[in-house]
Design a protein around this ligand. Structure first.
Ligand code: HEC
Length: 101
């Protein structure tokens, strides 16, 4: 994936995240649409981003919180994680954990 594609994916993820936030009470699945662009359909990656499908909810939740607080170094995810509330992080973590490999 070129730098340009990553940038437009980021922009798109940001735009979609703000629309979801406006709608209020977004489901984990709805939030997942913004993640799948990089992490693959259902979080099963074929590209540079790691697969997140079927990982334990606590693992995903901790990863997102650590990205959000810059505790875990990242190229992109720290910026993405900052766009979500704790409730949304819980919802998306439960959603990806519920998808079995
Ligand atoms: C623009 C591409 C992109 C988008 C959009 C994206 N990610 Fe990521 N994700 C990455 C990359 C690249 C990494 C590897 C860490 C890094 O360099 O940021 C990563 C890492 C992760 C990890 C750590 C996986 C592991 O094995 O520890 C999790 C969890 C994760 N992303 C969840 C999400 C969720 C949830 C969303 C949607 C809200 C999302 N990502 C959206 C690119 C993306």
């Amino acid at each position: 994936m070129s730098i340009l594609n990553v940038k437009s994916a980021l922009l798109l993820a940001g735009l979609m995240a703000s629309q979801v936030a406006l709608a209020g009470g977004a489901s984990g699945e709805a939030i997942g649409f913004t993640c799948n662009g990089c992490h693959g359909y259902d979080g099963m990656s074929k590209g540079a981003a790691p697969s997140i499908k079927g990982l334990p909810a606590t693992y995903l939740e901790n990863a997102m919180r650590d990205f959000k607080s810059d505790k875990r170094p990242a190229t992109i995810m720290n910026r993405i994680a900052k766009g979500y509330t704790d409730e949304e992080i819980t919802a998306m973590s439960e959603y990806y954990a519920s998808l079995k490999n």
